[in-house]
Design a protein around this ligand. Sequence first.
Ligand code: FEO
Ligand code: CA
Ligand code: CA
Length: 657
Amino acid sequence: MTKTFADKSISCNPSDNPLFSGVAAQLDLSLSRRNFFAGGGALLAGLTLAGSPMLVGAATKPTAPPQSKKPLALGFAGIPLGTDDTVTVPPGYKVQVLYAWGDPVGIAGNMPVFKSDASNTWHEQAAQAGMHHDGMRYFPLVNAGKRQRGLMAINHEYTDDGLLHVGGMSGWNADKQKKAMAAHGVSVIEVEQIDGKWNVVRPSKYARRVTADTPIALSGPAAGHALLKTADDPSGREVLGTFGNCANGWTPWGTYLTCEENWHGYFSDWSDNGDPKGFNAKRYGLKGEGAGYKWVDVDFRFDAQINPNEPNRFGWVVEIDPQEPDAKPVKRTALGRFKHEGACLSVAPSGQCVFYMGDDEKFEYIYKFVTAKPWNKNNRKANRDLLDEGTLYVARFDADGSGSWLELTHGKNGLTKENGFADHGELLIKVRLAADKLGATKMDRPEWTAVNPHNPGEVFCTLTNNNDRGKEGKPGVDAANPRANNLFGQIIRWVEAGNDPTATSFNWSLFALAGNPDAKDPNHRGNIKGDIFGSQDGLYYAETGILWLQTDVSTTTINAKEYAGMGNNQMLAANPQTGEVRRFLVGPRGCELTGITFSGDHKTLFVNIQHPGEPASERNDPAKPQAISTWPDGPTGGRPRSATLAITREDGGVIGV
Ligand code: FEO
Ligand code: CA
Ligand code: CA
């Protein structure tokens, strides 16, 4: 069945606001204000699945989450598991590679072409797409006429230095270091669709790279804190760079949130050899040799023994305004410091903005941040510092299906100076320790969160896996994390009291246990209705009502016998009403699927293929760059490249229905 949506993103007066700044603010929506969700993109006023303003009142249980009035039917034929070195989608869909590592970002006068022998300089890399695309967001441009045009902000999570440099990591020097840093961070590109084909607009006044060396402000309660001051920045208010940019978020005023996840791996801290430097090594996992990067070899900034506060300046949510290419990005400390996966927006009936956030590590927590004030839909600039003031919570999932948001505010719940938190800034920097004290639930690696666009109080979170669950000396199973040696993970769903995302209580249930329903071992047996998957990571609840899943079965996990026959990583569509799951895409060899965003009319799905060809060896073997994959350029392309895909229907219809 084909549904059509009205594209309402193109009717604004450009003199008022030349760009998208929360399309929802500009539309007369058919959705009720109560169900209003500023998810960016056109809010699909013609949507036939508009949600019902159902209330569940106080936290009664079990809760039947409100759903769209009309049943959702997945409108494509599911595809089989696969091992081909290509992107496979259902019949009737087509795939275009839009923006691959090394493609010029589109800065006027500085558009170096990709060299497939990896000989681009670090200067050139700083004007090209970074490596290993992850979370991203499409921001429609208003007044774009009948053409689809918008800005895309795209994370570049990390590098495979064996592919990035001639000779790989051997002979590591300052130039290799600078190129690696330039390949991290974020791209902002302008894109447009002409005659059905998407293009990167080059040059574009919006084209921009944020890298691991870009000046970024620290703001909010921890800015200027003694624990954030370094010799190079005695103010504690400006950091060079962002890295480990994993999943993402967005705001209703049209800014992009990039989330720092595995930042700890870039630092070396030999404290585990007997000289502890405090909470970083103990609780945030810093190690002597980091994660195999060699940044510390040429820059003492990454030696946590010499600069013990430098790691405190990473692990934040960073706000970037794609409309303002010269504006300094800002690390928003009020949202807490951990290994941020993403920050998914919900807008409360009060207009306050709520961000759901996973901390992706075994036995870590799920958080949410509630802004103190509602956002201002009439004055974009008035929202500039909205993320600096609010309340941070961490989740506890109780065995009876209820749950609580535990407040992480200095002076409350025993979070005092006597207990190790001198002030709120210190609490935010050490927020994992504060969450420990409150007895939050230790989860099986929280990845992405997703909010129902038709009910701001219904939220899903992917818990990707945790093979340490139940091991000796480790936490055992609990109701929300019910399987020991959990190789496949689960998806948890909760509904906030009163469907209000600012509530402090909720009801929860498990949406799915991943894994094959026929597996003999109950720890690996799933209850999926439909196509099997495991190690789910990316998650996005689209306005169509489809809950999109992406898998990240890691290279080590995918070789486990339990994953035998599961093939390459994949993307699936779930029906939240019925639980049905149908496979939509299988990626090339050695890749992970990351990043999900839609064009304003929902007729283009953008996804990222990350790290195709992983691994030839540790950080990839420079002598055999194509040992696993030649995607997307083929055997003559020199090396595999992460890339953004634009997926459309051959009949021009809405994706997935
Ligand atoms: Fe970067 Fe948790 O995935
Ligand atoms: Ca991820
Ligand atoms: Ca992952």
